[in-house]
Design a protein around this ligand. Structure first.
Ligand code: SF4
Length: 357
């Protein structure tokens, strides 16, 4: 696509399609840059369906940047629980504090200024600036890269980012940059799919140089790993049902400071204590996780030196910064109020509780 009339046709095809087919997503109903920022950070490496579950809850809890800046980090991480990649939440919280404090509450309006905030890189700054403030800057994410390389007939493995930026900037619709960027991302996410693009439904198909005949990259090989955790419960003296949790090291690189079920050795757990088996994927690893049930008086048997442990009332669990896996397991065991019912479903104090699979 070297001539301007071809680019003009591409823009027109893309935007007409987007105007008719854009998914109705909550962050598309607002022009508040703070809300756009929250959605863009959540959408990094996370599927739209998963974000939908969390976005509205997060925005109800922190409706303004000031509310986010004023919140303790623990609360922000708890609200982020289930989305994974917690570094995003930490950096967003830090950036909110910078805007509320050092910038006197004024949200930066250009991509260059936005990039000075913690956690805001090239992609996020371009998305916020174009969608929230109408800056004529192209967004390049994985979806846009895929659409561009296929339309232009480039080799997907060797396409250069600098060339991509140049082409995207030439294609950008200067008076509707936010819509253009969203349309490119939407096309990649819903039509120009990584393995099986829906070329017959594609608005730019007449101009595409590959039309589904591009080289398909190899699927990332997943690793497998076994893990086991203990579900330990008790009823406190005040008759409150409680669960024992362990805190991940605060100086660790993976989910520092988050709470999870105490880890145990998968080879030594007794089969008759088996409660639940789940598969949990993190980046390129599939964890095959088994959860075993223990009584409170047995917890000494699997203490690990240096690990912080605490009993939490079941009612507190939903407010904690839990790892995604801990949240999944507690939900499956119906021990997480707010996601099932307000009443814990695990019958604490009974010797053989009924657990869901
Ligand atoms: Fe992608 Fe097919 Fe559309 Fe080309 S025609 S952009 S390969 S969906």
């Amino acid at each position: 696509m070297t001539a301007e009339p071809e680019r003009k046709e591409f823009r027109s095809r893309l935007l007409s399609w987007f105007d008719k087919n854009a998914r109705d997503l909550p962050w598309r109903r607002t022009s508040d840059p703070y809300a756009i920022w929250v959605s863009e950070v959540m959408l990094q490496q996370t599927r739209v369906a998963a974000v939908l579950d969390h976005y509205e809850r997060f925005m109800c809890r922190y409706p303004t940047l000031q509310a986010l800046a004023d919140a303790p980090e623990e609360d922000v991480l708890a609200s982020w629980s289930g989305l994974g990649y917690y570094r995003r939440a930490r950096l967003m919280h830090r950036a909110a504090k910078v805007v509320a404090g050092e910038l006197g509450g004024r949200f930066p309006e250009t991509s260059i200024e936005l990039r000075k905030l913690p956690g805001i890189g090239e992609y996020t700054s371009a998305a916020i600036a174009s969608i929230g403030f109408g800056e004529a800057i192209a967004v390049i994410d994985g979806n846009v890269e895929r659409v561009l390389t296929r339309v232009l007939g480039w080799d997907e493995k060797t396409a250069l980012l600098s060339r991509m930026r140049e082409e995207a900037a030439k294609l950008l619709v200067k008076d509707r940059p936010g819509d253009f960027n969203q349309a490119m991302m939407e096309l990649g996410a819903t039509v120009c799919l990584p393995r099986a693009p829906l070329c017959l439904q594609c608005p730019v198909q007449p101009q595409c140089l590959t039309r589904g005949e591009h080289a398909v990259g190899e699927r990332k090989k997943m690793k497998s790993q076994r893990a086991a955790y203990a579900f330990v419960r008790r009823v406190s003296r005040r008759k409150v049902p409680e669960v024992l949790l362990a805190q991940r090291p605060k100086d660790g690189s993976l989910m520092p400071g988050m709470w999870e079920l105490p880890a145990i050795d998968p080879d030594t757990a007794a089969a008759e204590r088996h409660l639940l088996a789940v598969r949990h994927s993190i980046t390129v690893t599939n964890y095959y996780v088994t959860v075993y049930g223990y009584e409170a008086e047995e917890e000494r048997a699997f203490r690990r030196g240096g690990t912080v442990r605490r009993w939490f009332a079941v009612e507190e669990l939903a407010q904690l910064p839990l790892t995604g896996l801990a949240r999944k397991v507690l939900k499956r065991l119906k021990a997480l109020p707010g996601y099932t019912t307000r009443e814990p479903q695990v019958r604490f104090g009974e010797s053989k509780p009924e657990f869901s699979q």
